[in-house]
Design a protein around this ligand. Structure first.
Ligand code: PLP
Length: 397
């Protein structure tokens, strides 16, 4: 490492709050699926800023759209309409199959909005204020207090108790555990169709079907958090489309802006007509012209560049190559995941392997201590996958 990079890292450690144990590299620029640090070292990126930069770095059309918007208008309040937000709203409606959208700045904020919409829906029905939400163990919904309250990981929640309250937890793919938590006060069931941070667990179709039927029977709202598994990652624009089981409220973020902070919660017309109204919710930045121009362009490029078709072509190859690695190395217990959202489960912590890979020019990330997670840019090729597997193979001992 150069003295320059060392100095940057020292300055960072003196100024930034220590909420991350950062890898010892300073990233400077990117091109396609490669990143470069301030020393000019090249890295193959299998993280994409955690499932964000779907279209690859330095995408000319995306960059030009942003530059054009910067010269026109970057921000205006949500008290006025702006053209990029109108276009982005039309396009996300079409891509998601939902009817109403509210733009946010992040995934956590999208989930906050979803929770508020669900509570308001229940409040309008019976006028009471003690409604419950059922969330899943091992889920991850974000770090703000509401999103944290529905996150099924005690370690993340405990130091910040009390949570928002009236949240119950069940197990993904165990319908009886969900049933056991249902009371007269339940207003919503919230889950990720494919759990990300919690360990790359896809929901089963049978489970989602039963949860959907339960929600229909009792007029509960089904909330899908597609912040990580949405936007093409599973080979469908949104993961629910893979199962054909539609939520009442859906959240998205990460790849929606491809790096410009942008999220959204969306709902069906029925929920839209019976939940949040004027004065109930707001945001200064959410859906501003710059962020909306980013999302609009991303949604355009998904269609124009046939991103979904590409994911369907390369994802089975990634799965196959990871299966081969799992078969070869005894300390890999399992491959699991879906599409370009994969994990290798090890019999031991993976931090050392990830550090060795970084030295060899491959960026990987964990999901929990023992799992290496693969959430590359969606434009990744089979050659890139081979390159990754060759490096990773050499890093596993
Ligand atoms: C990353 C993530 C979030 C939180 O999104 P932020 O933009 O970091 O607030 C919420 N839900 C899921 C499933 C995520 O993967």
């Amino acid at each position: 490492m150069s003295e320059t990079m060392k100095a940057y890292i020292e300055e960072a450690e003196n100024a930034l709050l220590h909420t991350y144990n950062r890898y010892q590299i300073v990233l400077e620029k990117g091109n396609g699926v490669y990143l470069y640090d301030t020393d000019g070292k090249k890295y193959l990126d299998f993280v994409a800023g955690i499932a964000v930069f779907a279209l690859g770095y330095n995408n000319k059309e995306y960059n030009d759209a942003l530059k054009g918007q910067i010269d026109k208008l970057i921000h205006t309040s949500n008290y006025y309409y702006n053209v990029p937000a109108i276009e982005a709203a039309k396009k996300i409606k079409k891509a998601s199959g939902m009817d109403r959208v509210f733009f946010t700045n992040s995934g956590a904020e999208a989930n906050e909005g979803a929770i508020k919409a669900a509570r308001k829906y229940a409040y309008l029905k019976d006028g009471t204020t003690d409604h419950e939400i059922i969330a899943m163990n091992h889920s991850f919904h974000g770090r703000t207090m509401g999103a944290l309250s529905v996150t099924g990981n005690v370690k993340y929640r405990e130091p910040f108790e009390p949570m928002i309250g009236h949240i119950k937890f069940a197990d993904l793919n165990d319908f009886d555990s969900v049933l056991a938590q249902v009371t007269d006060k339940t207003c919503a069931i919230m889950l990720e169709p494919v759990q990300g941070e919690g360990g790359l667990f896809p929901a089963t179709e049978d489970f989602l079907k039963k949860v959907r039927a339960l929600c229909d029977e009792k007029d509960l709202l089904l909330i899908f958090d597609e912040v990580q598994c949405g936007m093409g990652r599973t080979g469908y624009m949104f993961a629910w489309q893979r199962y054909g089981i539609k939520p009442d409220i859906m959240t998205t973020a990460k790849a929606l802006g491809c790096g410009v902070p942008m999220g959204a919660f969306l709902m069906t017309e029925r929920v839209g007509q019976h939940s949040l109204t004027a004065g109930d919710h707001g945001t200064t930045y959410g859906g501003n012209p710059l962020a909306a121009a980013a999302a609009e362009k991303v949604l355009d490029l998904f269609e124009k560049d046939h991103i979904i078709e590409h994911v369907r072509e390369v994802a089975p190859y990634l799965e196959k190559r990871l299966e081969e690695l799992a078969a070869k190395h005894e300390d890999i217990l399992e491959r699991r995941g879906c599409g370009l959202m994969q994990g290798l489960v090890f019999a031991h912590p993976v931090a050392e392997i990830i550090n060795r890979a970084l030295e060899k020019g491959l960026i990987l990330i964990n999901a929990g201590a023992d799992i290496i997670r693969f959430v590359p840019p969606l434009i990744i090729t089979k050659e890139n996958i081979d390159e990754m597997v060759t490096i990773l193979d050499a890093c596993i001992r």
